[in-house]
Design a protein around this ligand. Sequence first.
Ligand code: NCD
Length: 318
Amino acid sequence: MSILTNDMSFKHRHLLGIEELSENDVSNILNLSERYIQLNREQQKKHNILRGKTLVLLFFENSTRTRTSFELAGKRLGADTINISVSSSAIKKGETLIDTAMTLNAMHPDLLVMRHPNAGAVNLLSHHVRGSVLNAGDGAHEHPTQALLDALTIRRHKGHLNGLIVAICGDIMHSRVARSNILLLQLMGAKVRVISPPTLTPTGIENLGVDVYHDMQQGIDGCDVIMMLRLQSERMQGSFVPSTREYFRFWGLDRKKLSFAKEDAMIMHPGPMNRGIEIDSEVADDITRSVILEQVEFGVAVRQACMELLALNLQKEG
Ligand code: NCD
């Protein structure tokens, strides 16, 4: 039995990015996710909403929390879930992405979750399969379910997103999390600041409507939410920061820098966290301010909601 109500319509076949969603789509996903948070806290977590459906997870980049989260979400909804590890698959033998997509498509998967190091690769996959494709991160482009779970975490704490000041700090240049969050938070009426060293600030980022700061104290001043990002060195060619020690001194979130935010400002991080580089353990572990583990918990619920909405559409299309 579905837990959807009639007003929760969702017109998309795939979830490729926040860019394609409306305010109403986001609200529907978040509202449905709230219900899954409750269901996931019960003893009996398994439901049969996706019984008979096949979910394929295809990760071309390392991942712990996102892959586990999607896998758990699929299993809790009752889907048959298959995990393709790229390191032991035919992809390593030189198969192209389109050939992989067509091979998988021949097995009739209903939902495909993909993470890929290249921006646009997930979109490409969606043109070659009949099932619904969910983007679990494509290069530095988008990571829609991360932004949705971040929004859900903020909304649960603050009651709303509209009018909040959110600072996204650190390696903006290489971050799909930053991009998806900027799009989603602004769509929902929040004011977004990005705080980053000039070398890690993408040119033209202000065209997205954000305020750009190159100083933590000024940027954090008066914020409701502080979102820290990892230095994504796997996407860097060359040196963007002098040393991690110096990076921590100027850009790492510690008690002192945090004191410039609002007294009840929340601390977020998508993980994996590098303690002592972008965030100090003292603030990361402060349960009165840090919601990092709640982000992980709510991530499963958000992915369940997205999969249910997409699977239902596919069913309607026949
Ligand atoms: C992020 C990612 O992969 O983009 N992590 C995640 O999905 N939880 C951020 C990162 O890798 O730093």
